[in-house]
Design a binder for this molecule. Sequence first.
Ligand code: ADP
Ligand code: ZN
Length: 721
Amino acid sequence: MAVLLPLPLAGAYDYRVPAGCTVCDGQAVRVPLGRRQETGIVWGAGRSGLDPAKIRPLQAVLDHAAPLPEVTRRFVDWVAAYTLSLPGAVLKMVIPVPEALDPPAAQVAWRLSGAEVPGLRQTPARDRVLRTLQTGVPMTTPDLAREAGVSPSVIKGLAEAGLLAEVPFAMDPDLPEPDGDHPGPTLSPVQADAAKELVLALGQGYSATLLEGVTGSGKTEVYFEAIAAALRQGQQVLVLVPEITLTTQWLGRFRRRFGADPAVWHSDLTPARRRRTWRAIADGRARVVVGARSALFLPYQALGLIVVDEEHEVAFKQEEGVIYHARDMAVVRAHLGNIPVVLASATPSLETVANVEAGRYIKVDLPVRHAGATLPTIDLIDIRRFPPEKGDWGQSWLSPPLVTALERTLEAGEQAMLFLNRRGYAPLTLCRTCGHRVQCPQCTAWLVEHRRLGKLQCHHCGHQQPLPKVCPSCGAEDALVACGPGVERVAEEASRRFPQARVELVASDTLAGPQGIAGLLERIERKEVDLLIGTQVLAKGLHFPMLTLVGIVDADLGLSGGDLRAAERTFQVLSQVAGRAGRGERPGRVMVQTFQPDHPVLQAMATGDMRAFREAESEGRRLLRMPPFGRLVAVIVSGETADAVESVARALARQAPQGAGLEVLGPAPAPLALLRGRHRWRLLLKAPREVRVQTVVRQWLGGVACPSAVRIQVDIDPYSF
Ligand code: ADP
Ligand code: ZN
C-alpha cells in the first residue's frame, strides 16, 4: 500500500498492512519514517514486485477521522502535476494540522459554570478567558490558555473560584449552523434573475459562471441566494476571499442573512481553532467556509458550490512553496468535484473574460447599482495643469481642484477618502549632498520611511533600521530628504490643510488585525471620521454610505514598469477605489490626479468604457501571444552566490527547449535581482495555449545540472513579471 506524507518528499512510500488490519484509500495512518513516526494518507496500491521483507508495516490506523475524499486526493495529484510541485507539499495544504487526525486524548475541558462570584478580582487576563468561553465551545487548559493568551495558572485560578466547570472534552463540538431558510432581502428583478441562474446551476454538475456587476450592484446578495439554495440541498459551500482580515463587514452581512457565522479559515487561527475547524470541514459539519486561498485545499466532505469573490485580485496568487493561483485552482476543484463555481467581480480579469468569450464560462450581469444609487462621476485632474501648491509644511500632493472638493465635502458634513497605494511616509530617502539613496542591504529596493515608527523599512523582506541622522554614504548632517509621498505624508498634509477634520490613516501596517478594522468601521459608520486616508485595504469591498468623495492621489503609480498586467491591475484597483464613493443616497464623485490623463487606463475610467479598454488590452496581449492567449512559465534561479546563480541561468538558456511556438526570454536578472540576500535570475518560457508546458519544463530542467546551493523555482502562469 502506498502512503503519501504531508512532507516535501519525492512521492508516496510503500508500507505493509499488518494481518488483520484493513485500510482504504484516503485513510489516515501512522507510519515509520526513518526513526520517526509520521501521519500520512493511504494513496492507492503500492508498487508491485518489492521485497516484502524490506517494506515496513504501518503502525496504526487513525480511523476516528473520515478518510480524505477521493476528489481531494485527485485534486492533490492534479495540482502537484500542474504546478510541478511535490504531491506531499500539496497534501500539506490539505492537512495543515496533522494533529487533527490524532486520536482524541481522554481529556477534560472547561466551560463557563454560570456561577456568580461576587468580590472576585477582575483582571484583563481573566476577562479574556471568560470571553473566549462565551462562544459556548468547551476547551482544554492548553487550548484555552493559547486562545486567550494567558498562562494556565489564570485558568486554574478561575476554576478554583468556581467560574469554570469541567466537562468531558469533545473533539467535535456542535457548531452554529447557517440556515438556508433564514429570510433574506427582497431582490430587485435584475438581482433575482441573476440569482436564479446561479441557483439553477446547483446540483447540475460542473459549470463556471462569471458574476459581473458594478460596485454596489448587490453581487454578494445574489451569490448569498445560491449559498442558501446549496444549504437547503445539504451541501457545503466554500467562499474564497482575497484577504480574510478585511471581511468584517462581509461576516456581519452573512450573519444577518443566515442567522449564524460561517466557519472561517486563515493562517492566523490559533492551533485549537484550526484543529476544530479542520475537523468540522472534513466531516461536513462546517456548512459554509469562508477563507483565504489556502481554504481551497481543505478536505470538504460534501462540497456543492465554490464562490470566488473579487476573482481578479492579486492576493489569490500564492508566490511561495506550491505556487498557484487560487481562482484557477478553484475552477479545477469544481471540475473535479463536478460542481458549480461562481467568480464574482466588478472588474473581471482578462483571463476570465477570455474564458467567457470562448464559451467556457457562463456570464451573468448586474449592470446597475442597487436601490437607484448612481455610479460616481469621475474627473481626471491633469497635475501638469493643476500642480499642488506648497504649504508651510513643505511639499504638497493635493492639487487645488481636489483641495476645493475636499473642503466642500467636509463642509457639507459628508465623508471623503484619499487613496494612495503606498504605505509609510516616503518611498525614498535621498542625500542632498552626495545623491546617495538609502537601499535595503538584502534587496534591490529602496527603504521606505515610516515616520510614525521612526524607521526605514524594506517592503520586500521586512528589514528595518532606525532613521539615520547622517548620510550613511558621505556622512553629511541634515542632508537626508524624504522624496515622494506615502499615505503618512498625505495624512500629514491633510491634517494641516483641514485642521478641523478628523483624519484617519488606514494601511495594512497601521491596522491592528480584525479588531482594529472592526473598530475603524464602527467609527466611520458613527461618523467619527471625516477624512479617511489609506492604501489598498480601503478599496476592498467596504461599504460606507456617507462617503461621497474619493480622491486618488497618484493614479500613475503602478502604470509604469514592464509588468504585463500593470495596466489591467491599475484599472482594477482604481475602479475598486472609485466604487467606494456614493454608495448611499447621496451621489459620489471621484477625482483622479494624474500626469497622463490620455493613458488608456485613465480614459477607460473617465468614460466608464471598460469594454473598450479590455478590448485594447486583449488585442495587445493577443499580438504578443501573452496570457490569456498564450502560456507563460517563469523559471527563477536564486542563491546566495551571484556567479553560481548566473551560471545556472545561462546553462538553462543554452538548453532552452526547441519546438513550434516555443520561445525562451532571458536569462536576465529578475525584477528584484536581490531579495532577502539571494541573487535572482529569471527566464520566461512562452508557449502556445495547447502546449503542455509542464512536460516541456520538466525535460528542460532535468537536463541542466544545478548545484545544491542554487534553487530553481518554477512559476506556471506567473502573475507579475
Ligand atoms: P457589490 O458586492 O456588488 O458591491 P453588495 O452586495 O455589497 O454589492 O451590495 C451593496 C449594498 O447594497 C450592500 O449594503 C447591500 O446590503 C445592499 N443591497 C444590495 N442588494 C440589496 C437588496 N436586494 N435589498 C437590500 N439591500 C441590498
Ligand atoms: Zn529588503
